[in-house]
Design a protein around this ligand. Sequence first.
Ligand code: ATP
Ligand code: MG
Length: 748
Amino acid sequence: ANLPASDLLSQLNPNQAQAADHYTGPALVIAGAGSGKTRTLIYRIAHLIQHYGADPGEILAVTFTNKAAAEMRERAKHLVKGADKLWMSTFHSAGVRILRAYGEHIGLRRGFVIYDDDDQMDILKEIMGAVPGIGPDTNPRVLRGILDRAKSNLQVPADLERWPEPYISGLPRETAAEVYRRYEARKKGQNAIDFGDLITETVRLFKEVPGVLDRVQDRACFIHVDEYQDTNKAQYELTRLLASRDRNLLVVGDPDQSIYKFRGADIQNILDFQKDYADAKVYMLEHNYRSSAKVLGIANRLIENNSERLEKTLLAVKDDGHPVVFHRATDHRAEGDFVAEWVTRLHGQGQKLTDMAILYRTNAQSRVIEESLRRVQIPAKIVGGVGFYDRREIRDILAYARLAINPDDDVALRRIIGRPRRGIGDTALEKLMEWARLNQTSILTACANCVEQGILDRGAQKPKEFADLMAAMSDAADNYLPGPFFRFVIENSGYLDLLRQEGQEGQVRLENLEELVSAAEEWSQTNDGTIGDFLDDAALLSSVDDMRAKKENRDVPEEAVTLMTLHNAKGLEFPTVFIVGTEEGLLPSKNALLEASGIEEERRLFYVGITRAMDRLFLTAAQNRMQFGKTNAAEDSRFLEEIEGGFDTIDPYGQVIEYRAKTWKEYRPTVPSRPSAPTFVHPSAVKNTSSMTAEMAYRGGEKVTHPKFGAGQVLAVAGMGERQEVTVHFPSVGTKKLLVKFANLSLA
Ligand code: ATP
Ligand code: MG
């Protein structure tokens, strides 16, 4: 091809450059792992701007996580000017933004809140009792699963009624439809939407109000979707609508890495792209730049075992490199120790801890690994799991904030009306709820009118006081930045006193709340938004996202090994990767064994894991594993057999032995008395990593500079240490009160 001379494209191989040079019309980049799909997508955006003169403000790129979006923007900034105007986000964040701006057209009221999984469960538990046909043994999670899947597929309650089979996940279809209907009504009454709605409501908005679609399309003339193989029907439809006017849609993906079927992702979306867009240009990338030839070899061999797949070529650019290592440990603890030893060894050889990742199938596997790492004093950063924003005290304070900006949020109210206790018992709450239902209003309104309306016989003053408190918080929400607002809430809700009485545990929770204030302060430094915007962001943080991970690991130094699930590792790469628990029942997981397509999905998941490795790959399994409190014999994963010969096996003492699948029961290593066990404590792991910033003292009259507000002059200083506040006058924005800790001021 005749490529235009361009610095940008010269950093790509010819196939990548062709794809990046794609100008208008639909295009599909379909290629294996590590072939530079994401890189090509970023270069295409930069090239569009630089070479074709596209306005960054009309370019949209959808990624799988907020973190990926931020990284993409960062990389684009290095390549081309104006990249900060790019619209880069996840489907969900895009949905929030669109619905915040135009949701009123479809009846969403201003200030609506986003319900997360737990809030969903709260509503479902409440509904369950009232819907006939639901037994006491029905798990609300099953209901949530039904709703989530329906939404991924753009199905409304009536669709469940017309379900081809009489039962949906064990529930009569009529019952499922009824739950769905009531759930929607309840949510609507509380001015809330859930995660699924972020997509489905946006789709509905676009369909019902074409004018809005048109406005959004002006902002998205060139659309990119990374990881297209994991889109579900609703996301597919959203993409289709967005692209319907200008048809400049470039999607990138790898069908072999589709791993979210359980959440409704449909691999058919990428396979049918050429059917949907007959004039689509298809670009194939055939060289893998990420992994050593050895690693890529086993990845390719593994994935060939899937029956329904699109054949692709994927050739290694790198050499063989290090051997791939398999290690079968006696039990899960020994497995953890093996990993910890190798991490220590590699670290001792100079590899950075941030260059190593340990991947597992289920979150529960992380605990043992963490313990092993702790014994050798290797810091670990856990991505996912119970995140910062899932902690009870954080969720409580966020619930106060939600109720402060949306008085209709009954779910939030019920969460916090008794935390701390304020003398409103269950019966009183029942009566308030009853009154609210009869009058079709919120529980908070019931509280406010409790005295005049005589809703309660005794103690009617208490709900009134609560309503007054919430009114004060609403005021604060309108007038404070997020950080000071949360401090206000923590102090005035009575929560602070509650935790102070809880001793040691309360102290930990208090520190977490401090962290929330910090998170909000930090957020304000890069965002101009309101408290509502902060809540949106907090709700949207997916488990791979930085903010949550960072807060979750607040005592972990930057330099740490990464621990995460295989799912969360998608799209990432690390020089060294460990995949633990390559056993039947774990990988493939027990649930997947029920159907053939389940095994194929697990194989893709393993493929994703293997292809994260750049230079070194370790696979481990245990012969005995404790799960759910019981230790059982474990069997090697069937996938190991499929890639047999592609890796070397080493025994616990580092000797290479022959791998024989499934015959481990015969295998008894003749181990000499253990050589003086090496102690793998790396000196750098022991040094004190706590980082206290030097105390800074400001005096009135001093000239300072703020990264955002520019030059200013200190008017007053109050408080000390962590809580020191300065009042600064900035000619650019006026007078501001700032916490020294977060203000990033420097002396001018
Ligand atoms: P995945 O399927 O895992 O998402 P991908 O196809 O998106 O992978 P990238 O992450 O874009 O692949 O690229 C993999 C690695 O190879 C990256 O480190 C990238 O910088 C590097 N790479 C890709 N293409 C080239 C190239 N032409 N020259 C040098 N390095 C490249
Ligand atoms: Mg990628």
